[in-house]
Design a protein around this ligand. Structure first.
Ligand code: SF4
Length: 256
């Protein structure tokens, strides 16, 4: 079988981004389909499993080849890329064969799929969302999947330990949404769980623009940069190193 003999369901491809994997110029592939229902999701139209379009992997190859001299990495995001494990493996192999680094964004809920692809040596960096402290009620509420919250927590913990065991660079992200995930105690509990377990921790500023799952959040203003800095300091105080905030106005800033 040809290396590009495979189909993927995607929401789109962005040819070049400098903000998805800092320090790299990346081509971004948005996988369609997600098993979470986060109220602040900004790619809500990609949540249904049948959303997006069915493409042949050769299309991805064409886009990589067109941009190859300008990019040094490929980022697979979504949606949840691990829902299409076979296609993801082929897409990652293709990217590696072009000499590119690969980052995978995941919600951490499908530990077996992550273990599978990590063991193949195809992923250089994992970006894992930790949306709330790893407690059943909180995770169930923020992911919109209370019936499987225990399973999600177990899987997220396993994903973190897999990255540690395999020495894979791990960035953790939490989106700060007013009234949902902006309590200092909330961030401090997450930070407690992460101590000595991740390379970098990003607090991302909620954005009320775009394709939001909960349309009521359109009325909610993003938290201020100053508030984000104060929240990040609670994570630093818990002993986390490499804590950054990401805001629309000022981009990425390290908080110490
Ligand atoms: S924000 Fe939540 S619902 Fe949206 S793609 Fe990410 S995990 Fe899925």
């Amino acid at each position: 079988m040809n290396q590009t003999d495979c189909r993927l369901r995607i929401g789109g491809i962005t040819d070049m981004s400098t903000i998805d994997w800092y320090g790299n110029v990346s081509l971004i592939v948005f996988f369609a389909g997600c098993n979470f229902r986060c109220p602040y999701c900004q790619n809500a139209s990609l949540i249904p499993l049948n959303s997006g379009q069915d493409i042949d992997l050769s299309l991805l190859e064409e886009r990589i080849d067109t941009n190859r001299t300008l990019i040094d990495a490929v980022v697979f995001t979504g949606g949840e890329p691990l829902l299409q494990l076979n296609g993801l493996i082929k897409a990652a192999k293709l990217s590696k064969s072009k000499g590119l680094k690969v980052m995978l964004d995941t919600n951490g809920s499908i530990q077996d799929a992550l273990e599978n692809i990590l063991n193949l040596g195809l992923i250089d960096r994992v970006a894992l969302d930790i949306k709330a402290p790893l407690k059943e009620e909180m995770i169930g509420k923020i992911t919109g999947r209370p019936e499987v919250a225990t399973k999600i927590i177990k899987s997220i913990k396993k994903c973190i330990s897999l990255c540690q065991e395999l020495d894979i660079s791990l960035e953790i992200r939490t989106t700060v949404v007013p009234g949902i995930s902006d309590d200092p105690l909330f961030i401090s509990e997450i930070a407690e769980t992460l101590k000595d377990k991740c390379s970098v921790y990003y607090l991302q500023q909620f954005d009320n623009q775009g394709d939001l799952f909960d349309q009521d959040l359109k009325q909610v203003l993003p938290p201020s940069r100053e508030f984000m800095i104060a929240l990040a300091k609670t994570a630093v105080e818990k002993g986390l190193k490499n804590v950054y905030i990401k805001t629309r106005s000022d981009g990425l800033e390290r908080v110490e």
